[in-house]
Design a protein around this ligand. Structure first.
Ligand code: SAM
Length: 452
């Protein structure tokens, strides 16, 4: 690269001066890292495959990311975003150092977990992969347009146990006092770790903006802390380098909150000059077991959860009769879930969720179908959460058919096929189709169809 083209030449002088002070003798290595090629990363989706099968199926040249077992580096020429299996939710494209936060959070199946600043969903979908469809994940994003994108990514990755909210942190704190086992705050920040790929982050950087971000981060962390149950954990992360937005936010929070503590090796930094990635900060805090003044964990009150006109038995009959879903598949989809009507659609909501009244909810769980007169039309989200082995009615497409399916084309199939089919490619679900007279009618959502 010509030295004049280096990103470092575009960076504000005040930022570079701060980094010199912060990094001391490491500054030259940090500055030189801007001349290296960016590292590209993706994470395979454990809800849809396992590591070995993924490596066997993918036509990319992958190398393991050391700090996340689901993570791989790929080469830019692989273009995984254009492959049909991206739409199948086989993997999620994510900056490699951003993958370090969820292993620190360490989510477990069956827990209650909150991702407070979740869009577009990189960390939420990684959390969901580790929860294996069990427990409750609340993914929240305050900006409505971003909450919609978050919801689409949750759907593409086939997450069955996630409620997507679009609330401010203070309203989440009020609705879920001392409720969650683990809370993640991936805070909005000045984005110093984004400078190599995002010119806007460079243009918006100023010392005043860093100070504004730090104040906002402190506010968000205050609210997030209220949602952590006694004995639970809180992880705070950013993709920025300044101490002001990282160590200092954590330090002030701990000074004001004796009920939280941190172990020394639970504060982590990934630096672009020391690792292959753009850099990240993460810290894990522990809330002490119940002490005076900490509200009890709020339990659900089943009688307050609205139900649906469709009974569980009717839903099961539809799953089994029309979609060929096996008993194991029905268990995976329905166990510990409440059937729930929201708008014109039917959802399966994790039963650990609190009543929705008063909350801005983008998606109250797994959308399973739309109620149409006396029948149910299966929803795309259901297909994405349904592994092919959970149904006897699956049609595995060739890659060419899958590409045509993503464009909205009708497929020609054997005349013997009739009714709903889960359409998959290389064993990854992609959506539903309805067969009759040798044609597979395309039910891939119009808004998601590829245009070229
Ligand atoms: N966790 C996400 C992921 O891994 O894909 C990235 C989150 S991004 C760093 C921070 C998010 O916080 C953005 O989606 C932004 O819209 C949201 N945000 C902005 N202002 C906020 C505020 N005042 N309170 C809470 N969230 C806010």
């Amino acid at each position: 690269m010509d030295k004049n083209d280096s990103v470092i030449n575009k960076l504000p002088e005040a930022f570079l001066e701060r980094m010199k002070l912060q990094l001391g003798s490491q500054y030259d290595a940090f500055a030189a890292s801007y001349d290296r090629e960016r590292a590209y990363g993706l994470r395979y989706n454990p809800l849809k495959t396992d590591r070995e099968s993924f490596l066997r199926e993918m036509p990319f040249s992958l190398r393991a990311v050391p700090w996340a077992e689901e993570g791989f580096y790929y080469q830019a020429s692989d273009q995984p975003g254009r492959h049909v299996l991206h739409e199948a939710g086989a993997y999620y494209i994510q900056e490699p150092s951003a993958m370090a936060v969820v292993p620190l959070l360490d989510p477990q199946p069956g827990e209650r977990i909150l991702d407070l600043c979740a869009a577009p969903g990189g960390k939420s979908t990684q959390i969901a992969g580790r929860m294996q469809g069990r427990g409750l994940l609340v993914s929240n994003e305050v900006i409505p347009s971003r909450a919609r994108i978050l919801s689409q990514n949750i759907e593409r990755m086939g997450v069955a146990n996630c409620v997507v909210c679009r609330e401010s942190p203070d309203r989440i704190a009020a609705a879920f006092p001392a409720f969650f086992d683990r809370v993640l705050v991936d805070a909005p920040c000045s984005g110093e770790g984004m400078f190599r790929k995002d010119d806007t982050a460079i243009a918006e950087w100023s010392p005043e903006n860093v100070a504004m971000c730090a104040a906002r981060q402190a506010d968000i962390l205050e609210q997030a802390a209220m949602a952590v149950r006694p004995g639970g954990t809180l992880v705070y992360s950013t993709c920025t380098f300044s101490r002001e937005e990282n160590e200092e936010v954590i330090g002030r929070f701990l000074d004001g909150h004796p009920e939280f503590s941190m172990q020394e090796d639970d504060m982590r930094r990934l630096w672009p000059h020391l690792t292959e990635g753009e850099g990240h900060f993460a810290a894990k805090l522990y809330r002490k077991e119940a002490a005076e003044g900490i509200p009890e964990r709020r339990g659900k009150k089943p009688s307050q959860i609205p139900r649906s006109a469709v009974t569980r038995e009717q839903c099961e009959a539809f799953f089994q009769g029309e979609l060929g879903i096996t008993a194991e598949g029905i268990g995976y989809l329905m166990k510990e879930r409440v059937l729930f009507e929201f708008g014109e659609a039917l959802y399966l909501m994790p039963e650990q969720m609190i009543p929705l009244k008063g909350l801005q909810v983008e998606r109250p769980g797994l959308q399973t179908g739309f109620l149409e007169k006396d029948r149910i039309r299966p929803s795309h989200a259901l297909a994405m959460a349904l592994r092919p082995e959970y149904t006897t009615r699956c049609y595995d497409m060739t890659e060419d058919e899958a590409a045509r399916y993503l464009h909205g084309e009708t497929l020609t199939v054997s005349a013997g096929l009739k009714g709903w089919y889960l359409l998959s490619c290389r064993g990854f679900s992609m959506g539903f189709g309805k067969a009759s007279g040798g044609q597979m009618k395309n039910h891939y959502p119009k808004g998601l169809r590829r245009r070229q």
